[in-house]
Design a protein around this ligand. Structure first.
Ligand code: PEP
Ligand code: MN
Length: 338
């Protein structure tokens, strides 16, 4: 940690800061520059409460040098994590595509969509049974009935299932049906849910919160890993912007950031990331180009009739077209697509 003093900080103020650093059981190393003094802090092997120093008179800034994440970091594990579920891999050379409806609406709906997804080469089928909706009056999902339908999809088409666990009360139930537990954007910092998912043997798909920083995303993954679950897949799903609130901004710069500082795989969700069907295909291509390990795409056989997120659903035909384009792009990017 480095404490940066104000330009006009007096020797007394500097001494006072050094004193406080020592009181915290750490070592202070003042370094006088031509314009200001910086104080190096050593001896910390855990989290330091930098606020205790930041509030002292004469302190301009406290700069952390060691990142707060450990298990998720590349320093902890240099090689890429590859999550393996059924015959799908997430994080290896193969680009992992998760596709399906926003919500499980009925058995027929899922069977129709799943058949098309499987035919397009998808290995992982998505669909929400417990839905986090902005309005309590909107369709909330079929609950356990939806999970049963997803289990049938797995059986019939051999697809790996990913579905959301919305709270600690239903996590065990969801985990008993699904192959991958999704933690949604709204729950990215629900620490009791993260811890519980961390104690599960199922991989976790962790979506970035709508205003979370990259660091907060990695710290959320740290919660899951700290409980012993090493199979975490991160997902960039767009952040709030100053424009129309319905439309998020898919922040693909999350991909190179995560790749640099973490060994965990990261996929992109251009459906929630844009909120608009006409942007899903172009941004899917961009995600592959940016180095994402896969995609999560919402597909509906009757997009305009979808009970949730209709505006962003693409049709199975559009999806198939996307897969074709990505199969042509993949070799240039040293990727494979099933
Ligand atoms: C979803 O994937 O259906 C979903 C609700 O996503 P998010 O948590 O990113 O809004
Ligand atoms: Mn959705």
């Amino acid at each position: 940690m480095l404490v940066v003093m104000e330009r006009n900080a007096t020797p007394e103020l500097i001494a006072r800061v050094c004193e406080e650093i020592k009181n915290m059981g750490l070592k202070a190393h003042p370094m006088a520059g031509t314009k200001r003094t910086a104080i190096g802090v050593t001896g910390n092997d855990g989290q330091v409460d930098s606020d205790r120093i930041l509030i002292l008179k004469g302190v301009r800034d406290v700069v952390r040098i060691t990142p707060p994440y450990k298990l998720v970091s590349r320093e902890h594990k240099a090689e890429d994590t590859i999550v393996r579920v059924g015959d799908a891999t997430i994080g290896g050379r193969e680009f992992a595509v998760m596709a399906g409806p926003c919500s499980v609406e009925s058995r027929d709906q899922c069977m129709i969509i799943a058949e098309r997804m499987a035919a397009s080469g998808v290995k992982i089928f998505r669909g929400g049974a417990f839905k986090p909706r902005t309005s309590p009056y909107s369709f909330q999902g079929l609950g356990e009935k939806g999970l049963e339908i997803l289990a049938e999809v797995r059986q019939k088409f051999g697809l790996v299932i990913v579905t959301e666990a919305m709270d600690t009360e239903t996590l065990d139930l969801v985990a008993s049906y699904t192959d991958i537990i999704q933690i949604g954007a709204r729950n990215m910092q629900n620490y009791s849910l993260l811890k519980k998912a961390g104690r599960s043997t199922k991989p976790v798909l962790l979506k970035r919160g709508i205003s979370a920083t990259f660091e907060e995303l990695l710290m959320a993954a740290e919660y899951v890993m700290a409980e012993g679950n090493e199979n975490v897949i991160l997902c960039e799903r767009g952040v709030r912007s100053a424009s129309n609130h319905r439309h998020n901004v898919l922040d693909l710069s999350a991909v190179p950031f995560v790749k640099r500082y973490s060994h965990l795989p990261i996929i992109a969700d251009p459906s929630h990331g844009t909120g608009s069907r006409d942007r899903v295909v172009p941004l899917s291509r961009a995600a592959l180009a940016a180095g994402a390990d896969g995609l999560l795409v919402e597909v509906h056989h009757e997009p305009s009739k979808a009970l949730s997120d209709a505006a962003q659903a693409i049709s199975p035909d559009e999806f198939e077209g996307l897969m074709k384009v990505m199969r042509r792009m993949a070799p240039v990017l040293d990727r494979t697509l099933p």
